[in-house]
Design a protein around this ligand. Structure first.
Ligand code: SF4
Ligand code: SF4
Length: 191
């Protein structure tokens, strides 16, 4: 390669790099007048769609009885084998028993190391016991902490922004949330 062609190649490279840099900067600059979507969470609330599939909760009826009757349909529907349940009988009258029925989940666990948030468990549940909540703060330090138990999932129900316990539900709800403390989620639900 002659000295002259070396200089020409260098000039071509400088022109090409300058052109691509100018193209990149033009895209960046064109976005500067647009609306900013970055927010300073958690100091500012994040807007979450109501249909968002976050961490699950297990619901209760108006008297605080667990809605889950341990039918195993959610576990059977789960494609990720993320749900583990142990059922038990509770033949006591409604006022005294744990769930709305004579069967209840003695153990109910969801492994969020496996869950893919597909919602099949929610669709399969005949009692509307399990639903997706809106919690998206799942960071943990060890894989074992990704498995959430029944009490945690029941506590999640009371952490939902639009759920407030009535007089019959209040004591149990407060005990569950106290046992499974979590920073309040700074979020606003939107349609
Ligand atoms: S959301 Fe899907 S993957 Fe997660 S527990 Fe439910 S069925 Fe399983
Ligand atoms: S959450 Fe629903 S589907 Fe799953 S065991 Fe309980 S009642 Fe059955």
């Amino acid at each position: 390669m002659s000295f002259l062609s070396g200089i020409l190649n260098t000039v071509r490279e400088v022109i090409a790099v300058t052109k691509s840099t100018a193209q990149g900067m033009s895209v960046t600059l064109s976005h500067i007048p647009n609306r900013k979507d970055t927010i300073s969470y958690p100091d500012e609330p994040v807007h979450i769609f109501k249909r968002f599939r976050g961490e699950h909760y297990l619901g209760v009826d108006e008297n605080g009885k667990e809605l889950c009757v341990s039918c195993f349909l959610c576990a059977a529907a789960c494609p990720a084998d993320a749900i583990y349940i142990e059922g038990a009988e509770d033949p006591r009258p409604y006022e005294e028993r744990i769930s709305q029925d004579h069967r209840y989940a003695k153990v109910y666990q969801i492994d969020y190391g496996r869950c893919i948030l597909c919602g099949f468990c929610v669709d399969a549940c005949p009692t509307d016991a399990i639903n997706h909540g809106h919690n998206f703060e799942w960071a943990v330090l060890t894989p074992g902490e990704l498995t959430k138990d029944k009490e945690y999932l029941l506590a999640n129900y009371w952490r939902e922004p639009d759920v407030t316990p009535n007089a019959k539900q209040k004591a149990r709800a407060e005990a569950l949330v106290a046992k499974h403390p979590h920073e309040p989620f700074n979020l606003v639900l939107v349609d």
